[in-house]
Design a protein around this ligand. Structure first.
Ligand code: TEU
Ligand code: CA
Length: 646
């Protein structure tokens, strides 16, 4: 069914792209989605809505929206899954940002040797698989996300021999490794781009988006995620080249078949080496709207990036993903998780349902900021929103779907700091977040430092930052704001919060390196290093180990159904994980106080056996007895996991 002016809002919401776009718009403007989901509103025709919106939503917006909706004829599949066991559904992944993990040769930059040095630590922590942010040869304009040579290891990271050693050591321990695959763009220093510049009309010219021009007006109004136009002018060639990210990250033209074949071959090359899969950088951006039309200004203002509707769910996206899987992933039975900014629940299902043969998982980002907020805003994150996100998400999945569960990575300040940066709650809240993540249904991705309760950094001025996004953004803000205002904004959202080195010990250099790190910590953080925490039974680190261990032994926590409990209750989150095994149902009950206030609650009976709690006293003595004696309230940010016996 086509979506047009005579369609009803309910038809639109039944459409995968329609549903996700409307939900996104409501998130963006900070209004509750329940408003449109209401059945009375659902009966309204889109032309009525159009009339109501009047000039606030220009005609061009509607044309763009209808085109986007109608470009997707498919509907997510329903029904049970194939019941096949897959290692990645049960795995706990751990993301390493190699520059900041451990330096082994005293140059201030983390490297492969450093990761090898710390494999005991990772094995002891209990994680099953590592994801490494890029370690390929790169001029490091965007810390390796600008690849110069896909077949070579970045000098700062070590050698291919180091890589082989790491992979072998991991496999010996029964652990797995996935690499970062950055193929929406390459570095401008990549041989393909150099060839394209040498002969723009030759074979490599079509590997990129090169457009003739006068150097004044770019080919369209698209903007870069790292500020300014998405087009860079090359005066000698008299061509513009498209770059959605930094001006040294040139977008690759996936519509050109030979380029796709080169990529598949490169992926196979790594899989032949034995890597277990890939995290695919901004993989939903690879198919651009033919002709690269201007972005609609209304959509541009709303989403903050002009042009985005022309590439975030492009016309050939599904086709290219299937081809990539067939040509490269499937022959090796390799795992894939796509980084897919802007993709909502239903579109995500179309990219990952097991019968679609596209990706295994995606990262959906809709939970990282509150409605109406962006990463650079100063606000407090409310955990009730995270609760609604997961309950809604799980409520829409079929047996063919599986999701990733994450909230920290190298692109985002720590969730812990966004929720409550009062140091009094740091330990307990870090443990709550770990309990929630590791008892949630889905594949867990931890980011380095989460197991330590790492928090945002007290950076003081722009010279302390290294990230190209932050530096460009600061420059851009200075055009309209005072330096103090510009700094305050950058400070809120800078990706460098997540990129400072791991603190291995309490010494000044943190046990990370023998010299000052490439991105030093702005202040000391006594008590929170690995060494200090390893020696402290009440530490976040020891709790993380316990919680990962609990997930490992409790099948229900990995594979069980998730059943929300008292879902409407504010500041309270609870669910059961239920798993049928040999005729009986294992039931695990997880509950959380999402606020910094005590929360009254009903007493649990003696059939609730406490398995883990972030309140140490709860773990002392006979848990059953204590609970029977009455647990009439929950402490601030309390998190408990019980087994329900009968
Ligand atoms: O990130 C893509 C992305 O859209 C964002 O998370 C991005 O960092 C930010 O929102 C821009 O405003 C991926 C990588 O994770 C990131 O580190 C890279 O910089 C980017 O792609 C380009 O390769
Ligand atoms: Ca080093």
């Amino acid at each position: 069914m086509q979506i047009n002016e005579n369609s009803r809002i309910s038809d639109l919401l039944a459409h995968p792209v329609g549903h996700d776009v409307i939900r996104k718009v409501f998130l963006q403007i900070g209004k509750p989605f329940s408003w449109v989901a209401n059945p009375i509103v659902g009966r309204l025709k889109l032309k009525t809505l159009k009339l109501m919106a009047g000039s606030r939503l220009p005609e061009s917006f509607w044309t763009t929206a209808f085109e986007l909706f109608n470009s997707e004829p498919d509907r997510p599949s329903s029904g049970p899954g194939d019941g096949q066991a897959t290692w990645w559904k049960e795995a706990v992944f751990y993301q390493i940002y190699p520059r900041s993990f451990k330096d082994s040769n005293g140059d201030g930059v983390g490297d492969l040797g450093g990761i090898i040095d710390r494999l005991d630590y990772l094995e002891d922590l209990g994680v099953d698989a590592l994801w490494l942010s890029p370690i390929y040869d790169s001029p490091n304009d965007d810390n390796g996300y600008d690849i110069r040579n896909y077949h070579k290891i970045m000098e700062e990271m070590g050698t291919m021999a180091d890589f082989d050693r790491l992979l072998e050591a991991l496999h010996q321990r029964g652990m797995r490794l996935i690499m970062d695959l950055v193929v929406n763009h390459s570095s401008d220093e990549h041989e393909w781009f150099q060839q394209a510049l040498a002969d723009p009309d030759g074979p490599y010219g079509s590997y990129y988006f090169l457009r003739e021009g006068d150097g004044q007006t770019p080919p369209n109004n698209w903007v870069s995620f790292f500020s300014g136009s998405a087009w860079r002018w090359f005066p000698e060639q008299k061509r513009w080249a498209l770059h959605l990210f930094s001006e040294k990250q040139m977008d690759l033209n996936w519509d050109h078949e030979p380029l796709r074949q080169e990529i598949y071959e490169m992926v196979r090359w790594w899989l032949e080496k034995g890597v277990d899969g890939f995290r695919l950088d901004v993989i939903n951006y690879i198919s651009k709207q033919p002709g690269l039309p201007d972005g609609d200004p209304f959509v541009g203002e709303l989403m903050q990036f002009y042009g985005i509707e022309n590439y975030y769910y492009g016309p050939n996206l599904h086709r290219y993903l299937r081809e990539l899987r067939r040509e490269a992933f499937d022959p090796f039975n390799a795992f894939s998780v796509g980084e897919t900014p802007g993709i909502g629940i239903e579109m995500g299902r179309l990219m990952t349902a097991s019968d679609r043969k596209e990706l295994d998982l995606i990262f959906n980002f809709d939970h990282l900021e509150m409605p109406g907020e962006v990463r650079f805003n100063d606000y407090v994150y409310d955990l009730n929103f995270l609760k609604d996100y997961y309950f809604t998400y799980h409520g829409r999945l079929s047996g063919k779907d599986w999701i990733s569960v994450f909230w920290d990575n190298h692109d985002n300040p720590q969730m812990l700091s966004k929720i409550n940066d009062d140091p009094r709650w740091r330990n307990r809240l870090a443990k709550l977040l770990l309990t929630l993540q590791l008892s949630m249904k889905g594949t867990v991705f931890l980011y380095q430092g989460q197991e330590l309760g790492m928090v945002k950094q007290p950076f003081e001025h722009i010279e302390q930052l290294r990230d190209v996004e932050s530096i460009n953004k600061y420059e851009e803000l200075l055009r309209t704001k005072t330096p103090t205002e510009a700094w305050a904004t950058v400070m809120c959202g800078t990706r460098d919060h997540a990129r400072v080195p791991m603190r291995w010990d309490e010494s000044a250099l943190g046990g990370f390196s023998s010299v000052e790190a490439w991105l030093p910590w702005p202040a000391s953080d006594s008590g929170w290093s690995v060494r200090e925490q390893a020696a402290d039974t009440g530490s976040v680190l020891n709790f993380a180990k316990k919680m990962i261990g609990l997930r490992r032994v409790e099948t229900a926590l990995r594979l069980g159904e998730i059943v929300p409990v008292d879902a409407k209750r504010d500041n309270y989150m609870a669910y059961e994980r239920r798993y049928e095994a040999s005729g009986r149902t294992v039931r695990i009950f997880c509950e959380f106080n999402l606020s910094a206030q005590r929360l009254p609650r009903k007493t649990l009976g003696s059939m609730y056996m406490l398995l883990i709690s972030n309140i140490d006293e709860r773990m002392k003595g006979d848990p059953g007895l204590e609970l029977e004696a009455g647990l009439h309230y929950m402490e601030p940010y309390e998190a408990n996991v019980f087994r329900i016996t009968d």
